[in-house]
Structures are given as structure tokens and as C-alpha cells.
Ligand binder design. Structure first.
Ligand SMILES: NC(=O)c1ccc[n+]([C@@H]2O[C@H](COP(=O)([O-])OP(=O)(O)OC[C@H]3O[C@@H](n4cnc5c(N)ncnc54)[C@H](O)[C@@H]3O)[C@@H](O)[C@H]2O)c1
Length: 349
């Protein structure tokens, strides 16, 4: 009882409301000592009463919970996407969850679009800076809507922000038995921001003599991810490059429905979410792949120190993939609920 972990759950919109119950089912089956509290933050609530997050919402999450499990946010009825920005970017920015961790692991050769790729070929982790860069909404328009319009979008990189995420990547490599950290940027053209990343990477790397530091421009890295992903171990990069390369990475592991992520600030309440969005076109049809969300829940349990339960869930997902007990997007014929029930049963066994 004393060690029971308290999890805040925000299923959100669209398929978030289908895949999060699947993830909870798997966690319950694992026997992990956790308690879930669900919040209705999302488009329905926003359209009903105009609210997104209560006034003290983020403080409450940090104070009262050990972790947060989120589905997805985004709904065509809210074209401004305002509620999603306030809830999702609110958590990332206001709770200062500065490291977005995305493990890229191919569970079975059948899921990979690369010719002859095996699970040993695709097994790396991307650490994406999560609180800075071009996502800080700084910039503006001048002479808006005229032929002389000027638009600027600032790319913010602070010494503190760059240093802490690079240090996180080296610590992550050490903790996970990895021998290399590759920093990726575009310092050949983005010289000011890239220069800062390069200097800090060199400095911090010296503190980790057991880890080999590597560098690659982000365009070259995209080529490498397709040509020879086996060489990659831990990648650290800025917010936008991380956003882009992790979609490519998701394709290597079987698509968005398979990809998990954590938004982490060590020592603080962190947030875990599948990489995919709310997929409105397939929402409510019982066709969404629940495995990204289920693997996300396993990642959350491992982060909370519940490694045995996490492993049980990962093993069950691996079994589901091998035995084709999956949804259609990854080659099976099951619905979301049936796939989730099969996995939960395997976890419990
Ligand atoms: N973190 C988030 O909450 C997040 C991330 C990305 C997009 N979004 C939002 O989601 C909405 C839709 O965005 P999008 O279409 O660009 O991205 P999306 O990830 O929702 O969908 C992209 C494609 O992948 C498919 N897909 C996604 N998840 C799947 C799953 N679990 N199983 C099977 N197929 C799956 C979709 O059907 C679609 O074809 C938008 O409102 C967007 O802003 C939210």
C-alpha cells in the first residue's frame, strides 16, 4: 500500500479514448501496485464549457501523482487545436518535462519496411529536447497578408536547456548499457544554435569517458537510419529534428501504432504517451492499434521502478506480434479491444 504508485490518466481525444483503456487493462493484468485517476481533459470538455486544464491543474499533477499517462489530443471540431496545445504543451513546458525519450525497437522482422531488417538492426533511442527550439512560439508577422509580408520563427536554444538534455542522453546511455551517444544538428547552416550544441556536447562528453560521442548532421542521420540503423544507439537532438526523425523511426518499427514515448524530468512527475495522435478518421471504430499505448504504459512502469511488471507487458506485446494477434495496421485481423484483451490475458498468465 505504501509503495502504491498514483497515476493520472488523460485519455484525451479520438483513439486516445480507445488505446488508454487497453493500456490500463495490461497494467492491471501485470499486478503492478498502481492506482489510476482519470481526468476528462480534452475536446469534449473544451467544447462543453470552454475549459482545458483547471487553474491549479499542473501543480496538482506534480503534487499528487507519480506519473501521467496520456492518450492523444486533437479534434477536428477544434480547428485552432487550442485545447491540445494547452493540455499537452502545457504539461511539457509548465512541468518542464525536458527530455522526450522515444525508444525505437523492432519487435519482429515482419513489421519493418526495410529489406531483410531484423530486430537486431533496429534498436536505438531518440532523446528529443522537449521545451525549447522553434516550439516556443516566438516570432511574428510584419505586413501580414500583403505581398511584402515577413514572417519570423525564432529557434530558442539556452545553454541550460541544451546542457541538461545532453547530460540526460549520456546518463541514459550509461543506465541502459549503451556505449555511444550521437548528437545530431544542422550546425553547417544553423551556425549559432548548432555551435552551442556542438560546444556543450564536447564539454559534457568529456565527463563520460566510457561513452563514445558521435556527431551527424540531421540530413545524413536520416540516410543512416534507413541504410544502417544498426549503428545507432542513443541519439540526442533538438525539438524539431527530434519530432521529424522519430516519425521516420516509428516507420522502422512498424508504424505510429507501435511507438511509445516518455516526457521526462528526472525526479519529477513525468508524462508518458504513445507517439501517435488522435487519428480522428479511425476513432470509435475499434481498429486503432493499442500496442503503442500498451508499450508506453510498460515504459512508465519501468520508470517508476516496477520493472518486473513492465517486462511482463513487453513480453506479451512481443508474443502478440509474433503470433499475429494484432490489429490490421500491423498485419493481424483483431480489433483494438480483442488485441488488448489477448495481451492482458498473456500478461496475467
Ligand atoms: N501527442 C499527440 O497528442 C498528438 C500527436 C500527433 C498528432 N496529434 C493530433 O492528432 C490529430 C491527427 O493527427 P495526424 O493525422 O497528423 O496524426 P495521427 O498519428 O493521429 O495519424 C496519422 C496516421 O496514422 C494512423 N494511426 C495513428 N495511430 C494509429 C494507431 N494507434 N493505430 C492505427 N493507425 C494509427 C492514422 O489513422 C493516420 O493514418 C491532429 O489533431 C493532431 O494535432 C496529437
Amino acid at each position: 500500500m505504501a509503495n502504491r504508485k498514483r497515476i493520472a490518466v488523460v485519455p484525451g481525444d479520438g483513439i486516445g479514448k480507445e488505446v488508454i483503456p487497453s493500456a490500463i487493462e495490461a497494467v492491471r493484468a501485470s499486478g503492478a501496485d498502481v492506482e489510476f485517476t482519470t481526468f476528462d481533459w480534452g475536446a469534449d470538455r473544451y467544447l462543453h464549457d470552454g475549459t482545458t486544464v483547471p487553474a491549479d491543474g499542473f501543480q496538482m499533477l506534480a503534487r499528487d501523482f507519480d506519473a501521467i499517462l496520456v492518450g492523444a489530443l486533437g479534434d477536428p471540431r477544434v480547428p485552432t487545436n487550442l485545447h491540445a496545445k494547452e493540455i499537452l504543451l502545457g504539461m511539457r513546458f509548465k512541468m518542464d518535462l525536458y527530455a522526450n525519450v522515444r525508444p525505437v525497437r523492432l519487435l519482429d522482422a515482419s513489421l519493418c519496411p526495410l529489406k531483410n531488417a531484423t530486430p537486431e538492426d533496429v534498436n536505438f533511442t531518440v532523446i528529443r529536447e522537449n521545451t525549447e527550439g522553434v516550439y516556443m512560439d516566438m516570432g511574428g508577422n510584419f505586413k501580414l497578408g500583403t505581398p511584402d509580408e515577413v514572417a519570423t520563427q525564432e529557434d530558442i536554444n539556452t545553454r541550460k536547456g541544451v546542457e541538461r538534455v545532453i547530460r540526460f542522453a549520456f546518463d541514459y546511455a550509461r543506465a541502459h548499457g549503451r556505449g555511444k551517444v550521437l548528437m545530431s544538428d544542422k550546425a553547417n547552416v544553423m551556425t549559432y544554435a548548432g555551435g552551442l550544441w556542438q560546444r556543450v556536447f564536447k564539454e559534457v562528453g568529456k565527463e563520460y569517458p566510457d561513452i563514445q560521442p558521435q556527431h551527424m548532421y540531421v540530413d545524413a542521420l536520416c540516410l543512416q537510419m534507413v541504410r544502417e540503423p544498426r549503428a545507432l544507439e542513443v541519439i540526442v537532438t533538438n525539438n524539431m529534428f527530434g519530432d521529424i526523425i522519430t516519425d521516420l523511426a516509428a516507420a522502422l518499427q512498424g508504424g505510429l501504432g507501435m511507438a511509445a514515448s516518455g516526457n521526462i524530468h528526472p525526479g519529477r512527475t513525468s508524462m508518458f504517451e504513445p507517439v501517435h495522435g488522435s487519428a480522428p478518421a479511425i476513432a470509435g471504430k475499434n481498429t486503432a492499434n493499442p500496442m503503442g499505448a500498451i508499450l508506453t504504459a510498460a515504459m512508465m512502469l519501468a520508470h517508476l521502478g516496477l520493472s518486473a511488471a513492465a517486462r511482463k507487458i513487453e513480453d506479451a506485446v512481443l508474443a502478440a506480434v509474433r503470433e499475429k494477434k494484432t490489429t490490421v495496421d500491423v498485419g493481424g485481423s483483431m480489433g483494438t479491444r480483442e488485441c488488448a484483451a489477448w495481451i492482458a490475458e498473456r500478461v496475467a498468465a
